[in-house]
Unconditional design. Structure first.
Length: 150
């Protein structure tokens, strides 16, 4: 069976003029319903080192295996990220790529409607925020590790 034919287009994405966003460090992207904060082997090593832990101890305490990948565990009562405390990320300097690239995820950039939906949960997406140019958005989108390709 052959792969579906991909159509190449010179059409620019709907957000080619940039989008308004400025992180307020509100912590909302670290909360909500159950989900996954994917981490790579390199990120696991970096975070463990940052916390002064061995990778083995870090894994036992903070990781879960899902579909052959690793995700940070969540707080059981709230589904918040385990590293969210007082609305602040405790590993901000070494946070995973998935966290670094928010809100530039494929699922948020599929359409203007998807972007508006993301804004309901992210106060940094607002009319008052500065415009982030397409040239800054696109590299972040290409690093998307959520598993949701455009």
């Amino acid at each position: 069976m052959s792969e579906p034919l991909k159509v190449l287009s010179n059409e620019k994405p709907w957000y080619s003029e940039g989008l308004r966003f400025k992180c307020t460090e509100c912590g909302q992207c670290c909360t909500g319903g159950p989900g996954y904060a994917w981490v790579t082997k390199e990120e696991i090593e970096t975070i463990a080192s940052h916390l002064g832990m061995t990778v083995k101890d870090f894994g036992k305490r903070y990781l879960r295996s899902v579909y052959g990948r690793y995700s940070l565990v969540e707080k059981k009562e709230t589904y918040d990220c385990i590293f969210l405390k007082d609305k602040k990320c405790q590993i901000y300097q070494v946070r995973p790529t998935q966290c670094r690239t928010f809100p530039w995820w494929a699922e948020n950039l599929k359409s203007p409607e998807a972007w508006k939906e993301a804004a309901k949960h992210c106060e940094g997406i607002s009319c008052d925020a500065p415009v982030v140019p397409f040239e800054e958005i696109q590299p972040q989108l290409e690093r998307d590790v959520t598993g949701e390709g455009l």
